[in-house]
Ligand binder design. Structure first.
Ligand code: NI
Length: 439
């Protein structure tokens, strides 16, 4: 047995109509064995012969996981004919060895009945539902040169964002065939650092890396920016971490509205600092919401939401990155359902809403009245910015890392005295009095 090369899209062989098998000789048996071996060693659960360059009506499929109800033993299916499919269709996430790394939500019949031949040429019938039905439907498509992307109508999408939260979403939108990304809109370059060097937003950098057209704007209210967005005729706008209010004129533009990725369990923590505020409040969990925005900030109807636990030593930066990834995956999952009209957005309950504020450089200043738990939360919430500090002899001492011990007492791990390098706290203590806080 040998591992065969798997052809990937856009190879024209994947588009050919497979021929029926009529000879079940040794050469055929060897091909089947190689296909099974290739599928297994590629961690696939289904493979059609055309994917390994043999344009014949042969499918292999296998999914054996203990304690998974979707498991099915090895199937070798030759010359399949569809006898019946259910009217009921469902969405399931699909992958394909010819599209490495891609996962698409596709709607297909829940059940399928086929007649076929086994590997010895003997007639068989298979009636299946769930995952096996899905695999059979997907692989039968391959036999007529149909690929999973053919089941999708890409949505003309414009992405608007400036901050880190939107980076994974932009990457998914630019790569997932569900979306046809026509432009990326981001804030103008801003002076950054001590030398005030004009610096593009992280979204501008990502877009350039992805070879996407970038439009940098000062204000989304500018007539020129509005006309530009209109000329792109978006069916969908995805908004993440942009920091500017969007006008009704833009909100009403795309057929599917503007979807916003917000890193909290809305209606809690609306506004500019949901991640920092959730950590400061000592929340054990937060989440990410996909909403369709309206004219009120973060008050739009919720299309989807997932809960995410906050780690006891997690900083705002780490949590935000995790939420960004969850949000991007959730967006990719939601959009196919939304386009199919299978999502009923849920109104936010304004009575449960809470607002967050903008923090500034002085937000991390300790007053010496904070409890251990409060200092711990502040250090995590204000990492990396603006940092938490106390003052000794008119110099600021930043606490760069800390945690609580089993007795819930604050343990400082590292500090950065003003004008000096970051150091272990033990090193700092060698020449200084301990930093003390309220209990
Ligand atoms: Ni496939």
């Amino acid at each position: 047995m040998k591992k065969l090369e798997i052809l990937t899209d856009p190879n024209p062989i994947l588009r050919e109509e497979a021929r029926a098998v009529d000879i079940f000789d040794g050469q055929f048996q060897a091909l089947v064995d190689d296909m099974v071996f290739t599928m297994r060693s590629s961690n696939g659960i289904g493979l059609a012969a055309s994917q390994v360059g043999a344009i014949k009506q042969i499918i292999v499929a296998e999914y054996e996981e203990e304690e998974d109800n979707d498991s099915f033993p090895l199937k070798v299916i030759v010359n399949p004919k569809i006898e019946k499919v259910s009217d009921e269709q469902i969405f399931l996430a699909e992958g394909c060895l010819s599209f490495p790394g891609k996962e698409l939500y596709i709607k297909r019949p829940q059940e399928i009945e086929i007649s076929a031949l086994d590997r010895w040429g003997k007639p068989i019938k298979i009636k299946s539902d769930g995952l096996l039905a899905r695999v059979i439907e997907h692989e039968i498509d391959h036999l007529s040169g149909v690929l999973m992307i053919d089941h999708i109508r890409p949505v003309r999408t414009v992405f608007i964002g400036s901050g880190t939260l939107g980076v994974p979403a932009l990457e998914i939108i630019s790569d997932n065939p569900q979306f046809s990304l026509s432009a990326v809109i981001t804030g103008s370059d801003r002076p950054a650092g001590r030398d005030k060097i004009l610096t593009p937003t992280i979204i501008a950098e990502s877009a350039e890396r992805l070879k996407m057209k970038v439009l940098k704007i000062d204000s989304i209210k500018d007539r020129k920016a509005i006309e530009k967005i209109k000329s792109l005729e978006p069916e969908l706008i995805v908004l993440a971490d942009f920091g500017q209010k969007i006008s009704e004129e833009i909100i009403n533009l795309p057929k599917f509205g503007i979807l916003n990725i917000h890193p909290s369990l809305l209606p809690k923590y609306r506004g500019p600092s949901p991640v920092v505020s959730a950590i400061l409040a000592g929340e054990k969990k937060t989440g990410v919401s996909i909403i369709r925005i309206n004219s009120e900030i973060d008050a739009g109807d919720i299309l989807a939401q997932i809960e995410v636990k906050i780690g006891s030593r997690e900083t705002a930066e780490k949590l935000k990155n995790r939420l960004a990834n969850f949000g991007a995956d959730l967006l990719a999952e939601v959009v196919p359902y939304m386009i199919a009209g299978e999502i009923t957005p849920i109104k936010q309950n304004p009575n449960l809403a809470s607002a967050t504020k903008i923090f500034d450089k002085s937000s991390g200043k300790l007053s010496s009245n904070e409890s251990s738990a409060e200092v711990d939360r502040m250090v995590r919430a204000f990492s990396p910015w603006p940092g938490v500090y106390t003052t000794r002899n008119d110099k600021r001492i930043f606490i760069t890392a800390a945690h609580l011990d089993r007795q819930k007492k604050l343990i400082i791990d590292s500090v950065k005295p003003e004008g000096k390098r970051e150091m272990r706290y033990s090193e700092y203590l060698a020449g200084n009095q301990p930093l003390t806080f309220g209990e």
